[in-house]
Design a protein around this ligand. Structure first.
Ligand SMILES: NC(=O)C1=CN([C@@H]2O[C@H](COP(=O)(O)OP(=O)(O)OC[C@H]3O[C@@H](n4cnc5c(N)ncnc54)[C@H](O)[C@@H]3O)[C@@H](O)[C@H]2O)C=CC1
Ligand SMILES: O=C(O)[C@H]1O[C@H](OP(=O)(O)OP(=O)(O)OC[C@H]2O[C@@H](n3ccc(=O)[nH]c3=O)[C@H](O)[C@@H]2O)[C@H](O)[C@@H](O)[C@@H]1O
Length: 451
């Protein structure tokens, strides 16, 4: 029986290995981690990550051919194939600080593998392309699986062995085999291209607001061109998530190391526009509310970086909340999947510290007092001066906005960072509405948001 061991039981290792176990009943899969609490959660009814469909897959295989364990060395020594899916944060100090990938955890995993297995193994690059919130369908039906390896007979044999695993359910023509650098750069390029689309549409959203165009109409018209395509053209408060920014920064660093400053500069703009979009949103809020939110209650609906996940890594909500707190607002946050503890951590942690294993993250001793975290949207918005929608959770589309309006201070403002509300209906109720890239409310036209 082929045995697989995956080091790192996180957002990638957990779901990917669960799907391999489900699709390959003849393979035994062990997922190992240094975090005892994470492994305990994987072995319980309350999995450590929220991902639609994941519970079901885990329940079908756990205890049969899928195991979660902290016995890292034991499972690595028994395995035929070892996956490494550990943290790769952005370096915060030393050479390449703020850009390069910090390979501390990767190196420690590699050294441990060498300790227990010797140095006779092949290294492959098998970047994962799943998106959170849709990880299970993405893994069941991937656009492609990418395997990079050395162009030696041993390298090619290793590629074939991994290909055999995926071919249990992925059609042959979707399994792409390349050399190592091609696989590594394809991953960074795919994320950079995706993020670039969002920054492009977000840049257009600013121009739409200035001219009276509607960014939804513009995206629709642009996306109708089959060469461009309709996906990933939703204007937003900015992209978040653990990888877009990190991968682009890493790409920038690699370009610079290879003497390509112009190429590095080109990709940096994608992040600059994303930062601009987040601060533009905060400026809109503050300027429309008479240029001050000091002591005003502002409700935040949604804290996760996208819907259908509890993940808050690099979520734009962090920057928006910090911006509002900087202007002395009182912030009341509701997200259906994010805990108070997580939100307090996010608002007090230093940039990039989130990407270290949980038990190694420095914790601030004090919580942010002006933040309250509540368990429904009506409590969050009660007596608020303004409401910000920062995650596109479906439930925010069907809230009773008349009830929310009635219980708010007046004038009542809504700032929709995801373009999910019906602007006309809300204006009829009496709200002053800002929706990214949409024609501006008369009120907002007179309150220019200049940084
Ligand atoms: N989150 C995502 O959607 C995607 C992430 N990636 C990449 O996959 C990798 C993993 O990402 P996530 O799963 O999101 O991270 P994560 O933070 O959820 O999980 C990483 C896990 O590795 C464990 N770990 C760290 N060092 C270890 C060691 N030496 N031995 C055993 N366990 C160790 C940590 O305790 C943690 O549970 C990163 O390189 C990331 O850039 C790639 C594609 C998608
Ligand atoms: O390497 C990774 O970590 C993964 O990064 C992204 O996946 P993910 O970050 O989970 O989620 P996305 O659906 O890509 O969304 C990223 C961010 O962009 C935002 N977004 C997305 C699409 C859009 O049109 N507009 C927009 O603002 C989302 O709200 C979210 O904040 C990629 O889509 C995956 O292919 C990749 O594997």
């Amino acid at each position: 029986m082929v045995k697989i061991c995956c080091i790192g039981a996180g957002y990638v290792g957990g779901p990917t290995m669960a799907v391999i176990a489900l699709k390959c009943p003849s393979i035994e899969v062990a997922v190992v981690d240094i975090s005892v609490s994470r492994i305990n959660a994987w072995n319980s009814d309350q999995l450590p990550i929220y991902e639609p469909g994941l519970d079901d897959v885990v329940k079908q295989c756990r205890g049969k051919n899928l195991f979660f364990s902290t016995e890292v060395e034991k499972h690595v020594s028994e395995a035929d194939i070892v996956f490494v899916s550990v943290n790769t944060p952005t370096k915060t100090r030393g050479l390449g600080a703020g850009k390069a990938a910090d390979l501390t955890y990767w190196e420690s995993a590699a050294r441990m593998i060498a300790d227990v297995k010797g140095i006779n193994f092949q290294i492959l690059s098998n970047p994962e392309f799943l998106a959170e919130g849709t990880a299970i369908p993405d893994l069941f039906n991937p656009d492609r699986v990418l395997i990079g390896g050395r162009e030696t007979p041993e390298g090619q044999k290793a590629i074939e062995a991994l290909k055999d695993v995926y071919s249990h359910w992925v059609p042959e023509e979707r399994i792409l085999c390349t050399n190592l650098w091609s696989a590594e750069l394809s991953k960074l390029a795919a994320n950079a291209f995706l993020a670039q689309r969002i920054s492009s549409v977000n840049a257009m959203s600013a121009l739409c607001e200035a001219t009276g165009a509607d960014v939804t109409e513009v995206s629709y018209a642009v996306g109708k061109d089959t060469r461009i395509g309709p996906k990933f053209l939703n204007a937003s408060v900015g992209f978040g998530g653990s990888c877009f920014q990190k991968d682009i920064l890493n790409l920038v660093y690699i370009c610079e190391c290879n003497g390509l400053p112009e190429v590095a500069e080109y990709w940096k703009q994608v992040i600059k526009i994303n930062d601009y979009q987040k601060s533009r949103f905060v400026n809109r809020i503050v300027s429309s509310m008479f240029n001050t939110v000091s002591n005003k209650k502002v409700a935040i609906l949604g804290f996760a970086f996208k819907k259908d996940t509890g993940d808050t890594r690099e979520t734009p909500a962090i920057d928006v909340c910090k911006g509002l707190l900087g202007d002395n607002a009182r912030v009341s946050i509701y997200d259906p999947q994010v805990t108070e503890d997580q939100i307090q951590r996010d608002l007090t942690m230093n940039k990039f510290d989130w990407d270290h294993p949980l038990h190694l993250q420095p914790m601030s001793p004090t919580a942010v007092k002006q933040v309250s975290v509540v368990w429904d949207a009506y409590t969050a918005t009660k007596d608020a001066h303004g409401v910000c929608i920062l995650t596109e959770w479906d439930e925010f589309k069907t809230l009773d906005y008349q009830r929310i309006y009635d219980n708010m201070q007046k004038p009542a403002f809504i700032f929709d960072g995801r373009n999910i509300v019906n602007v006309d209906k809300l204006r009829e109720i009496g709200f002053i509405v800002y929706s990214i890239g949409k024609p501006l409310d008369a009120w907002l036209k007179d309150m220019p948001a200049v940084a």
